[in-house]
Design a protein around this ligand. Structure first.
Ligand code: 6R9
Length: 635
């Protein structure tokens, strides 16, 4: 299979073809995959009706494309290399044949428990190989996987279980990250006590950390007892192109997290195509390319670029259980050296954290195997970009700054490694099939090349979300109705004279903390659960390592700051998870509100960023003295 573009001229030609005749272009690309029935239409629907379909009428199984299809050509090639938290623990390696067998066993195990096509399976696991097996096993059966990041709390997990009405939950006893054990199974137990979580009939528990767990009779089952008995042969059923593949929850500017729904064929083509072109990993059967994405499978990056994208291409993908700083700040570079990593994909927050540990750390390791570096999750600042380029890539590795979102399924704007000329901090040019536009506040397209505006996409692309689970209205409102006829990303961007894009960050009420998305409303709602806090307003502010930090202004009768912090942290840990704890808390007597009762976040954002000038129009403020008081408090 070759869906890979090899020169910049080929990219330009492909871009024109995909723009002028998307059906023809994507039809041709899709010929490279295994379908048991061909599509009637390549693409249907638009952003006005929101009923988007790709490869309509086709039948396929995505895991046959990830695994079975490769058995003949690269059955003995490594598919997955697993690096454990403890550096003295040996890697686990799975060839394509072996991974295929593990996935078949897992699929049989789930079917044995009654899981069938369309059922939702919640996966709440740490980074163990069994997490990948379970994801792929669900896909094989046609069950919809809903992976919940292991850092989320029992409450957050319960909310996601209830929304998707999951019938089976797969977890492990505990997760190993650095010196810590996350007690996943007991968090599951707590979540399942919540009302409406009775939809979960069985919990499968994989043993990893050997921490003590309680197993509930009739509900909880040990992974190894079921898995060991399961057959490694499994015939993949054929699914419709638009059958749901997975749900993944993500935060938006309003309400509770949304269940983003991706479907089979379009997502498959997009994951494979973008992986092949952006990273340019050599997928050949004897290729020694070792691709490593450091994300957690609990996020979209781990879905598309640890699991589906690399496997669809027949590449070798590496998975790491631990953290960048255990046993020391050289761990990433030690892994690169030991495993001869060629392609390395991480987040700016990790780059900044490791940069802060000193240049001498990476200098101790042999990083000469590296060919391509990637960045994802948030805008990369100039200092981090240059450090990454010099100290990790030794100025010989292109940096692919990949812009995309949970909703987009895969990368939309990025250099293609080695093909596109890069510029520091710029995501550069759109992938074929993507027509990015900048709009002003009224939704008018800004035509000139050099411009700044809100980033929208003009036409549907194969990998985009199809809906919000059980809430199509919310899908329409959040993405397609803000600027009529466009998909609105929620991000701002600047375009330069050559048409290169620099993504400037969210323009809505979403905070990006170390690449993790949180809605300000979501955090405020959580804080509001604490009866000691009367009211709160949460904004993001620039943070050296995290990109953005969480700043909470709170109204409370409590006087003691330490006590207030404890109240808020405890509540956040319970409602969302430790990752969403505010970095700064300021006690205020009131919040700046308009006469109509709206919090003026613009002002609060400025104060949090220590920018005390140009608050803009404050004439609608109900009580201007509040602003003065808050300013004084922060200084
Ligand atoms: C893949 C992922 C999406 C939000 C997105 C944007 C930010 C991601 C970026 C980037 C600048 C990049 N973002 N990649 N900003 N440059 N290369 O991260 O998905 O968790 O849904 O977050 O992340 O703000 O809107 P997700």
């Amino acid at each position: 299979m070759d869906i890979r573009l090899k020169t910049f001229e080929e990219y330009e030609a492909a871009y024109e073809q995909a723009k002028n005749n998307p059906s023809e272009y994507w039809g041709k690309i899709a010929e490279n995959f295994q379908f048991s029935k061909k599509w009637q239409d390549v693409t249907l629907g638009d952003f006005t009706d929101g009923e988007i379909r790709w490869f309509n009428g086709a039948k396929l199984n995505i895991t046959e494309n990830c695994l079975d299809r490769h058995l003949e050509t690269r059955g003995d090639k490594k598919a997955l290399v697993y690096v454990a938290n403890d550096p003295s623990e040996k890697n686990q390696e799975f060839t394509y044949k072996e991974l295929h067998a593990q996935v078949c066993k897992t699929a049989n195990m789930l079917e044995e428990l009654g899981v069938k096509k369309g059922d939702r399976v919640c996966i709440y696991m740490s980074m163990v190989p069994e997490l990948m097996f379970t994801v792929l096993a669900c896909a094989r059966i046609g069950a919809i996987h809903s992976v919940v990041f292991g850092g989320f709390s029992a409450q957050a997990l319960a909310g996601r279980i209830v929304d998707a009405e999951c019938s089976v939950l797969v977890t492990n006893d505990g997760g190993l990250r650095g010196t810590k054990v996350t007690e996943l199974k007991s968090i599951v137990d707590e979540a399942l006590k919540e009302k409406d979580c009775s939809c979960v009939k069985n919990v499968i528990v994989h043993k990893r950390a050997n921490n003590k767990v309680t197993m509930q009779d009739g509900r909880d089952l040990w992974w190894h007892e079921l898995f060991d008995k399961a057959s490694d042969k499994h015939t993949a059923p054929q699914l419709d192109a638009e059958d749901p593949l997975f749900i993944l929850y993500t935060s938006g500017s309003t309400g509770t997290p949304k269940g983003v729904v991706h479907t089979q064929a379009g997502y498959m083509v997009w994951a494979a195509y973008t992986f092949a072109n952006v990273f340019q990993v050599d997928p050949g059967e004897s290729s020694k390319d070792m691709y490593w994405c450091t994300a957690d499978i609990g996020w979209i990056t781990g879905h598309t670029y640890i699991t589906y994208g690399p496997l669809l291409n027949g590449a070798t993908t590496m998975m790491f259980e631990g953290v960048p700083t255990y046993p020391d700040a050289g761990r990433f570079w030690d892994i690169v050296e030991k495993n001869k990593v060629t392609h390395f994909y991480t987040a700016p927050t990790a780059v900044r954290a490791l940069m802060a540990c000193g240049d001498d750390v990476p200098a101790k390791y042999d990083l000469s195997t590296l060919k391509v570096l990637g960045s994802v999750g948030e805008p990369i600042n100039a200092e981090a970009w240059h450090w990454y380029n010099e100290h990790i890539g030794k100025k010989k590795c292109p940096i692919v700054d990949t812009w995309w979102q949970t909703e987009t399924g895969g990368i939309l704007i990025s250099p293609l490694a080695g093909l596109t000329k890069t510029k520091p901090c710029k995501a550069t040019l759109p992938l074929p099939g993507i027509i990015p536009v900048l709009v002003d506040d009224d939704g008018r397209e800004i035509g000139e090349t050099m411009a700044e505006g809100k980033l929208c996409i003009k036409h549907p692309w194969p990998g985009m979300l199809r809906t919000v689970y059980k809430n199509h209205e919310r899908f329409m409102n959040a993405y397609l109705r803000t600027y009529k006829g466009y998909y609105f990303s929620g991000d701002g961007a600047k375009r330069d004279i050559e048409g290169y894009m620099r993504i400037t960050g969210r323009v809505d009420d979403v905070i990006n903390v170390s690449g993790h998305r949180f809605g300000t409303a979501e955090i405020e709602n959580a804080i509001g659960k604490n009866t000691a806090i009367a009211e709160s307003a949460v904004v993001g502010y620039p943070h050296d390592v995290k990109g953005e930090g969480i700043y909470a202004y709170v109204v409370t009768d409590l006087k003691d700051e330490a006590e207030v912090t404890k109240h808020i942290n405890d509540t956040i840990i319970k409602e969302i998870g430790a990752v969403a704890r505010p970095d700064k808390i300021q006690i205020v007597s009131g919040l700046p509100k308009t006469r109509s009762g709206k919090i003026m976040r613009r002002i609060l954002r400025k104060i949090a960023a220590h920018d005390f000038n140009n608050f803009g129009d404050t004439s609608t403020l109900l009580d201007p003295s509040v602003v003065e008081e808050i300013k004084e408090g922060v200084k």
